[in-house]
Write a protein that binds this ligand. Structure first.
Ligand SMILES: *Cc1c(COP(=O)(O)O)cnc(C)c1O
Length: 372
């Protein structure tokens, strides 16, 4: 039987050689290679600062801390996402307030933000779901009007653009993931982008226990006692992880082109079959992280695709329906009907540069056979 993986990473000879170089050098935690990665990300996104971290979860958590959001505060976000987006709001001691999503894209419905704002609202935490950017221009107008911060969860969307705006351009911070199945990956890793100098300085400290100098700058000279004036976490990325990412960053747009072709092929073929799927918003460059189709009888279709050797995923069960959220915040089914509908119908299909043409044809033929 054919076996088509849900995802295959892009780590090859060059990445492995870069890691070997780091392992043969003096510093194996964050030093010069991490600095190089951070500078490359700044250039790619055209942002002022980038801070390399252990995960996107860490980036979201530190964003909230650096923006001074905590107990008593509310943050507006989407229920249709991976749990990290909402969990980190709880890590910071604040309360996630969900709003429903758009039917076509699954992204937070920006038109619902205003009604969710209370005296306690401090920030909006949009997720650029599946690689498609939210309407940042509209969101930024509202944020300015109500003096709210914006923290972009861009775990799916390092490459995205909409209305000429890039990820990280209008948000106070943007958070990226280099987890195993993300567009660029080092197994586990993340980064945070921001524009403000003082905030970046604080974030460099917060990622390492509040210490004011990283390992390399502490030890290349003679030992000097460091200072701690704020309590931080242990969230710094290492040079081993950074070495895996630098070459992938050089090839990021080339690989996006390959995913774009696969996505367009899915769109064309599923349209012929009258099967519904998540759409890319107008005036957008999608990062094409996930290709999500929407079907009735999702669970049996999901099972049958797997029986026929196709790797698939549910992206996502809405966060408010998980037991902890139901019990803690009294959320229930029916609270966010569109997010719940997408959550009940979604199946993410294989889409990655190594997916071969015949493999995609097999996926499409199998979907046709099962669904229609
Ligand atoms: C993967 C993911 C995260 C978390 O990323 P980590 O690097 O694993 O912490 C956050 N938000 C979304 C939408 C994700 O898909």
């Amino acid at each position: 039987m054919k076996k088509i993986e849900f995802f295959k990473h892009n780590i090859g000879k060059k990445e492995i050689e870069s890691v070997t170089q780091v392992l043969n050098s003096l510093f194996i935690t964050n030093a010069n290679v991490t600095k190089e990665l951070e500078q490359k990300i700044c250039q790619y996104l055209n942002v002022q600062h980038c801070i390399g971290l252990t995960s996107c979860t860490a980036a979201l958590h530190l964003s909230l801390i650096a923006l001074n959001i905590g107990p008593g505060d509310e943050v507006i976000t989407t229920p249709l996402t991976f749990a990290a987006s909402a969990n980190t709001i709880l890590h910071a001691g604040a309360k996630p307030v969900f709003i429903d999503v758009e039917k076509k894209t699954g992204n937070m419905d920006v038109n619902l933000i205003e009604a969710a704002i209370t005296e306690k609202t401090r920030a909006i935490l949009p997720v650029h779901l599946y690689g498609n950017m939210c309407d940042m221009i509209k969101m930024k107008k509202l944020a300015d009007q109500y003096q709210l911060k914006i923290i972009e969860d861009a775990a799916h969307c390092i490459e995205g653009e909409r209305d000429g705006i890039k990820v990280g351009q209008l948000g106070d911070t943007a958070c990226f993931s280099f987890y195993a199945t993300k567009n660029i990956s080092c197994g586990e890793g993340g980064a945070l982008a921001c524009h403000d100098d003082a905030m970046a300085e604080l974030l460099y400290k917060l990622r390492l226990h509040g210490i004011n100098k990283d390992a390399a700058s502490r030890y290349t000279d003679k030992f000097r006692q460091y200072e701690i004036d704020v309590i931080g976490w242990k969230y710094n990325i290492s040079d081993i992880q950074s070495a895996l990412l630098i070459n992938q960053l050089d090839l990021i747009d080339q690989r996006l082109d390959l995913r774009e072709k696969l996505a367009q092929n899915y769109e064309q073929e599923l349209s012929k079959l009258d099967i519904n799927f998540i759409k890319v918003p107008a005036n957008s460059k999608s990062a094409r992280h996930l290709f999500v189709m929407l079907v009735e009888n999702r669970d049996s279709v999901l099972q049958e695709l797997q029986n026929r050797g196709i790797g698939v995923s549910i992206t996502f069960k809405p966060v408010h329906l998980f037991k902890y959220y139901r019990e803690t915040f009294a959320y229930q089914e029916g609270d966010f009907p569109i997010a719940e509908e997408i959550g009940a119908k979604c199946i993410a299909l294989p889409i990655y540069p190594k997916l071969e043409k015949q493999e995609q044809e097999y996926v499409i033929d199998t979907v046709k056979d099962i669904v229609t």
